[in-house]
Design a protein around this ligand. Structure first.
Ligand SMILES: Cc1ncc(COP(=O)(O)O)c(CN[C@@H](CCCC(=O)O)C(=O)O)c1O
Length: 400
């Protein structure tokens, strides 16, 4: 029968899929009056709109119809070459993906077997949990402290459990805003080498430093240890233009050994054939001049907005609440007094016109982090940051 009232039977993988809390909250925060500290959405008023308009014209003039035609899965050659040069790797070790979110999905597909143990920070980026879970990943939390991943804790974990890979955000971590020190990065690589551990380093915020000392990525350190030979590097690097240029063009990349890139290409052929041709060409047009200027602009603005949020929190210092002090990135992480439920707080906060992401969704283990929450300080201007923090502080104090 072509028609039926029986529900369509979904796959077992589909059954394991969950919604992204951030994406669900974003639907609510479309209301213009909402002060949203929820999504890690870059400040829209800082987008290089005119530069994108000019780049689009230049690309269409230069490439004509080819800019709108199918293109190769690996990605736009000038963009891969630029990224390869910047990372010190051959262009064939650079794979363009439609957002680092697609990079996570494709890496899950080519690296994970059902049941594989994936070590993650606790808390970690919920989009990684969402991307990897359908491939059968079982998550195990790496011991972390106020300074991020504990290399000794990871060493102990690896001695006990057959971890398939570590997924980490060492620089301006999502959701905590923490950054691993240089010595922890070195110690982490020592532990990884000892256990032959594969690391996926996700670094969307690495360029957004507004305080403190710049740190080399795990990938850079591992490439140096390998004498520049990426084929023997066991850190796969994810990067994106979403946080430094614009997120809506969905342009990001993966740096990996050739064997992984070859499989990513095949997985991507099956997923979407290639990333949008025009978008890649526009980004390639912007990387030389506009990107450095834009990075300087957003660092300045985000540093001011972070300072505004920290000042508002310090001023109101809601009783029993503590928070992280990021050196860069987009987020800070609040821990509420025990017993205070951030998901309940969100309901009254949205009624009062403020949104944030409750922390529980960032924990791989269910039931953890009920009294935690993530605040993004980049999307709204400073006066609305102060107002929004005031509303949250009042709600928290009322719940004391
Ligand atoms: C650690 C980490 N890895 C990958 C991504 C996805 O970035 P892409 O735009 O796919 O390159 C992100 C972006 N996460 C933001 C944006 C999600 C925005 C959204 O779901 O609309 C957030 O946590 O709010 C990230 O934080």
């Amino acid at each position: 029968a072509a028609m039926s009232t029986r529900p369509v039977r979904l796959s077992r993988i589909a059954e394991q899929m969950t919604a992204s809390t951030i994406r669900e909250i974003l639907k609510v925060t479309q209301r213009p009056d909402i002060i949203s500290f929820a999504g890690g959405l870059p400040a829209p008023e800082l987008f290089p709109l005119e530069e994108v308009r000019a780049a689009t014209g230049a690309v269409l003039d230069r490439y004509g119809p080819a800019a709108l035609q199918y293109s190769t899965t690996e990605g736009h050659p000038p963009l891969r070459a630029w990224l390869g040069d910047r990372a010190g790797v051959p262009a064939q070790n650079v794979q363009i993906v439609s957002g680092s979110q697609q990079g996570l999905d494709l890496l899950g597909r080519v690296l994970l077997d059902p049941g594989d143990l994936v070590a993650v920070e606790n808390p970690t980026y919920l989009g990684a949990l969402q991307a990897l879970r359908p491939y059968g990943a079982r998550f195990v939390a790496v011991p972390t402290d106020d300074d991020g991943i504990s290399p000794d804790g990871l060493d102990a974990l690896l001695a006990e459990q057959p971890v398939r890979l570590l997924y980490a955000i060492p620089t301006f971590q999502n959701p905590t805003g923490r950054t691993l020190s240089r010595e922890r990065r070195e110690a982490l690589l020592d532990v990884a080498e000892r256990h032959d551990l594969l690391i996926i380093e996700d670094g969307p915020y690495s360029d957004l430093r507004f305080r403190g000392q710049a740190q080399p990525s795990l990938f850079e350190l591992a490439l140096a240890r390998a004498g520049g030979d990426i084929e023997s590097v066991r850190v796969i690097s994810l990067g994106t233009f979403s946080k430094t240029l614009v997120p809506g063009l969905r342009d990001a990349w993966v740096l990996a050994p050739g064997a992984v890139i070859d499989k990513l290409v095949q997985a991507k052929q099956g997923a979407d054939l290639h990333s949008p041709t025009l978008n890649q060409m526009i980004i390639a047009e912007l990387v030389e001049e506009v990107l450095p200027r834009q990075i300087a602009r957003v660092r300045e603005a985000y540093g001011q907005r972070c300072a505004a949020m920290l000042a508002a929190l310090a001023e109101r210092s809601p009783a029993g609440v503590h928070w992280t002090r990021p050196e860069g990135g987009m987020f800070l992480w609040l821990t509420l007094p025990e017993g205070l439920d951030a998901e309940k707080l969100l309901i009254s906060a949205v009624e009062a016109g403020v949104a944030f992401v409750p922390g529980a969704s960032f924990f791989a283990a269910p039931g953890e982090g009920a009294n935690t929450m993530r605040l993004s300080y980049v999307t709204v201007p400073e006066d609305r940051i102060r107002a929004g923090v005031g509303v949250l502080a009042d709600l928290i104090d009322q719940r004391r």
